[in-house]
Design a protein around this ligand. Sequence first.
Ligand code: PEP
Ligand code: MG
Length: 760
Amino acid sequence: MAAMMLETLRNIVQEVNAAEGLNDALNIIVKRVRDAMGTEVCSVYMRDEHSGRLVFRATEGLNPEQIGEASLAPGQGLVGLVASREEPVNLEDAERHASFQLLEGLGEESFHAFLGVPIIHQRDVLGVLVIQQAKRRRFDESEEAFLVTMSAQLAGVIAHARVTGAVQEELHAGAGGPARVNGIPGAPGIAIGTAVVVSPVADLYAVPRKKAASRRQELRAFKVALAAVRSDIEAVSENLRGEMSPEDHALFDVYLGILDDSAIGGEVARLIKAGQWAQGALSEVMIRHIRHFERMEHSYLRERAVDVKDLGTRVLAYLQDEAKKELKTYPEQTILVGEELTASALGEVPRERLAGLISVRGSGNSHVAILARAMGVPTVMGAVDLPYTRLQDREVVIDGYNGIVHLNPLPEVRARFQELADQDQAVSRDLESLRDLPCETLDGHRLPLWVNTGLMADVTRSLEQGAEGVGLYRTEVPFLLRDRFPSEEEQRQIYREQLEAFAPRPVTMRTLDIGGDKALPYFPIAEDNPFLGWRGIRVTLDHPEIFLAQVRAMIKANAGLGNLRIMLPMISNIAELEEAMGLIHRGHREIVQEGTEVALPPIGVMVEVPSAVYQARALARRADFLSVGSNDLTQYLLAVDRNNSRVADLYHSFHPAVLQALCTVAEAGRAEGKPVSICGELAGDPLAAVLLLAMGYEVLSMNATALPRVKKTLRSITRTDALELLEEVMLLEHSAAVLQRLQRLMTERGLQQFIHAPPV
Ligand code: PEP
Ligand code: MG
């Protein structure tokens, strides 16, 4: 029984997931829930975003003519009660409840039993799901639990469908309402541009819809792909002829038949002739058929869904291969949109055409977001409700400060964003004049600003912004852009280029930090909880050959320059540091013995794991410097996955516990007479920079884009003020209070342009 319920639940959610817009989704829900629960009525009421009224939106069993007409004020009737209480109401006889109110024309007079559950997504009540029955009976506990589970699972799908609906309406009718999708700030800035959807390879559900440039060509491409798949399958079938009974072998004919002109193949061709491009047409038809098969009662027929999906995926793979051969052109203001954008997808668009990025998954601390910040490309991450496959070629507006995507913006909204983008440009021009000025407080305290780098492109940007050194060179970036580990000599050349570009300024090279969300394509690490797993120094200590080749390459590259510093990621105990230092010393000795004159570089430890905070003094005693990786430190202190959009609002950079840890590390460094810097994203936040100065950080290392703003901020305050502020802030117990206090300071100092609240 339980297994069947689970199966039903899974089937319904899957079906609703593939729905084309909100109405379709709601209709599937009411029909399938009513059947699954064996009741007479199932309806959905949706809360109108503007009026707050609960509108009767879909039904099986009540009067369908009232759909979109009947509605209840907030708190009105039993449905209103469910919404305002945010919990189920289960009644044997609805009329006897004080809140009962009959809605004229729905035809619910004869139904007595009532069970309503709220539909809640990200703490927001989206609507109410109701089942009713004529018989006076209380729905039992398992029924109530089933409906609650169903509603919780459907909430996300409904939220998604609501946005899809808004976009869809416009596609069909030529005029849809504006829609906004909330995500997470990825990289600051405003961008207005044209969406280019990057789809993962051979995923039928992620194909963008767009018009065919030439119907004849698309049709031909489809026919060629079909023929290729057909011949692949025929070859397999031929190979297996001797090993299967003739009856079993006949299955291949059935399989091939699915692709015939008279079947699915014909439907796809019709859609292409109507103007859809081949991949979009294929995806649409295939999804419809997969859904159809999945809904079948008979398990044998349900299994056919797998065959249809497999065939569709094969054809899609051929179509994508063919499309890849064409030279891709990007619009002038390209906004790259994808389910999970990667660093390599970023690299495909010429920089001057890349205006913005939207990733459905991930959060502001994902590495693609960090890269985007370094490149100065406005980015929204974790836009989970974005119907991204439908955005190809459409105009979108990105508010990277607040993590919001605007679709179909009203002209006045678009104009407001254009104005903001222009203002940003003016501020940047204004800040250019700071380039050659030192980062110095009003009372003459110097705080060097360094940069975080990875790509060669960062070097020019960094020098342009007046960077005084490199506080974090992420060596995994050049590793990511290859198809195998680079050799020692290849690495030496890459590192030499970095060191030379910045010499005599110091360059801090971090040893390979893979694992977590950074996987090398040629060295995959698949594990549960990757952020608590085989990451950073743990990987390289297990592979001393990789570690040694890397540090040897670094040390050799430093010959004749002397500006190298080596830094170790993810150190969580003293033994790891000692072991790594032992290997570095060994590598250095070998190089000297081989005849190269070069000094042992300073060796530093990243403090990014809570245990390292508590042992900061012991680490500082052994190392030459400490550098806080606040991105990971925040994630591990607060137990909030830096990559998970669902908990991104709990990732508080100004959490009092984080501030406390930062103070502890700074004090430990001071006590041992070792310099302490910070290279997490926090260092690039002008609000945080003031506190870090007061805590005694000696270097702030950040992405190049952030540097001028931090410099401007620090040049507008005194160290004495910062110390007073820190004392005040350390007494606060809420992250929000800390943030407010810091924002007040910015306003007082005329720096409100660095605080960005959503304009609409
Ligand atoms: C950090 O964790 O703060 C850091 C600087 O390293 P990364 O973001 O590369 O993990
Ligand atoms: Mg880190």
